[in-house]
Write a protein of this length. Structure first.
Length: 260
């Protein structure tokens, strides 16, 4: 095994551990890590991370499904918006040519903004929940349309940057479904992330922006990392971990935006 593959495996383990500890951080850490540490082309980093997310979140969906903590009605509403938006976004990326320097710059900038939004969602999740719970419940039709629109926004964002399906999705659902237990919001969001990242990842594969050797190395490291992080998640203060992750995302996002 060469040093580069070993570096990918270690990176997968590092990101997997953070995902296990906090429940977020997959795309928001993996994609910038591949770009900034290993010099991977932005489109390849995004495309590879999308398939990585589809595989890892399938296991999470299975666990949540067995525990009956997935609201499939919400997952379906999100998918109604996200999947058509994903296909449209992949088509636009194809027209622009993902390997052109200009397109790579757009992907990097989008990733930077997505990381900043994710950091805000992490920091203010509790306040958002309290505010949502204090408001009158909107009409069911309004909630349904807002959920489909949220899915569409996530579809565009995730297809361009690979970031947003986790913390941003949860933050939006907390606002739209404030009476729903948090564990069902998280389960529904993870279940939605699987078809979203799979369709987006297949789209990037068709564009030629997926590295399967890299994908395999990341998975070798991340699977034990997620298991170890999940084991220790109940033993470490979640609020401190989330705030530390948010600060990290702000620094990375700021660097990506300032570079352009």
């Amino acid at each position: 095994m060469d040093l580069l593959n070993a570096g990918y495996i270690i990176s997968g383990f590092f990101v997997g551990t953070i995902v296990g500890l906090t429940g977020v951080g997959g795309g928001s850490l993996m994609t910038p890590l591949l770009m900034m540490v290993f010099g991977i082309n932005p489109a390849t980093a995004v495309g590879t991370d999308l398939l990585y997310a589809a595989i890892t979140k399938s296991a999470g969906t299975l666990v949540h499904s067995l525990k009956n903590t997935v609201d499939w009605r919400i997952t379906g509403r999100l998918a109604m918006g996200s999947l058509p938006a994903t296909v449209a976004t992949i088509f636009v990326l194809h027209q622009l040519d993902v390997n052109k320097p200009g397109t790579s710059g757009v992907i990097s900038m989008s990733l930077g903004f997505a990381l900043l939004l994710t950091a805000v969602a992490l920091i203010f999740r509790s306040q958002l929940l309290l505010y949502a719970q204090s408001r009158p419940q909107p009409a069911e039709r309004t909630v349904k349309l807002a959920t489909v629109l949220t899915g569409a926004i996530l579809g565009v964002l995730v297809s361009i940057s690979s970031v947003g399906a986790g913390a941003l999705g949860v933050a939006a659902l907390v606002f739209l479904y404030p009476r729903l237990p948090t564990v069902r919001i998280v389960g529904s969001d993870i279940a939605h992330a699987v078809p979203l990242t799979l369709v987006a990842g297949i789209g990037h594969w068709m564009l030629g922006s997926v590295n399967f050797e890299l994908l395999g190395s990341l998975l070798i490291g991340s699977i034990p990392g997620v298991a170890i992080g999940s084991y220790f998640s109940t033993k470490l203060p979640e609020r401190i971990l989330r705030r530390a992750l948010a600060v990290m995302l702000i620094l990375i996002g700021g660097k990506l935006i300032s570079a352009h």
